[in-house]
Design a protein around this ligand. Structure first.
Ligand SMILES: Nc1ncnc2c1ncn2[C@@H]1O[C@H](COP(=O)(O)OP(=O)(O)OP(=O)(O)O)[C@@H](O)[C@H]1O
Ligand SMILES: [Mg+2]
Length: 310
């Protein structure tokens, strides 16, 4: 059940957020456009909250679930925050939110008449908005259909008072459903990072996600191949449990740059489970921060380049 965050006497018994969600029917279909025979339902750009100034927005996507999107989102946020940037994370994986837990953020968000206020992580002051920070119980299931999910994303963008943010990262749900589609159409993305794993059925599934960005004319900054290898704890050599081809070959096949390969690292999952992802160190974090900064300064491959690379 969705609960109020801070209730005024006038809304006693009704959550501020619940009211926001119930108003979500305001999202309509503006037009239909066609791409290679597919009809795409287009909706308007969402209006940014009047008190927010978000300079750059990067989405993190994948073809299928469990490949490490939330981990990559968290590590990119940490890397950017360590460079002194003000960073926000919008946890757009409404039905499977995991960002707050990775950062050890609990409790419920505050809200006032001017909007919802993000939570902040304890070490790097990364601002987080997630539906899990709005539920009465963290394990309450969210059983919503598309329009409500989209309404929530709209509210995360329009009703949250993010303040000044240098980089906002959006952790998308896997696949090519309603939420990634709405975010790509309605939030001004500078680009997207694709996350895959080597067992991604010959990259077919991640290719669908990349093709979706091309339909939407969005820039893919690059690919992170997660769980590529394990470092042997005895000899230090990399072991490739899923064999080759490498992330480099996968990225080339997709026509996008490779940001890096991440090993399976029990330390990462242990830290994430303990809510201590802000303490994690790995060289790929620098590569993520570099790739995102370059995209923000217009120094990354454009949508046109991506198309030409197909
Ligand atoms: N490189 C890694 N090494 C060890 N564990 C990892 C690694 N990447 C991710 N994990 C673990 O795998 C699980 C899934 O990762 P994560 O939640 O980041 O994936 P996801 O793509 O966001 O999943 P979902 O689609 O369910 O949202 C988590 O428990 C995470 O800690
Ligand atoms: Mg996730």
């Amino acid at each position: 059940m969705i609960m109020a965050m801070r209730r005024s006497p006038s809304d006693a018994g009704r959550g501020v957020l619940l009211t926001y969600v119930q108003n979500s029917s305001s999202i309509g279909v503006d037009s239909i456009c066609h791409y290679k025979g597919s009809a795409i339902r287009m909706i308007q750009m969402f209006e940014q909250n009047a008190l927010s100034d978000v300079k750059h927005v990067i989405g993190v996507m994948s073809g299928k679930g469990g490949v490490g999107k939330s981990s990559v989102t968290a590590l990119a946020a940490v890397a950017l925050a360590r460079r002194g940037h003000t960073v926000g994370i919008m946890d757009a994986d409404i039905t499977g939110p995991s960002i707050p837990k990775m950062f050890g953020v609990h409790g419920r968000l505050d809200a006032s008449e001017t909007g919802i206020f993000p939570a902040q992580t304890s070490r790097l002051r990364i601002r987080i908005v997630s539906l899990n920070l709005m539920l009465e119980q963290e394990d309450d299931p969210v059983v919503w259909r598309g329009p409500l999910l989209m309404g929530m994303i709209k509210r995360f963008w329009s009703e949250v008072n993010w303040g000044d943010i240098d980089y906002m990262l959006i952790d998308l749900p896997p696949g090519t459903g309603d939420v990634p589609l709405s975010v790509m159409q309605s939030v001004p993305l500078d680009g997207l990072i694709a996350v895959s794993s080597p067992q991604d059925v010959a990259a077919l599934i991640v290719r669908k996600a990349i093709n979706m960005t091309r339909m939407m004319d969005k820039r893919v900054i690059g690919l992170v191949e997660n769980m590529s290898y394990i470092t042997c704890p005895h000899c230090g050599e990399a072991v490739y449990p899923f064999g080759r081809p490498s992330g480099q070959e996968q990225a080339m096949g997709l026509g996008i740059p490779l940001i890096g390969e991440m090993p399976i690292d029990p330390e990462l999952s242990a830290m994430a489970d303990r809510g201590e992802v802000e303490l994690y160190e790995h060289p790929i974090m620098e590569s993520l921060a570099d790739a995102i900064s370059q995209a923000a300064t217009g120094d990354a491959p454009t949508a046109e380049a991506n198309r030409e690379n197909r």
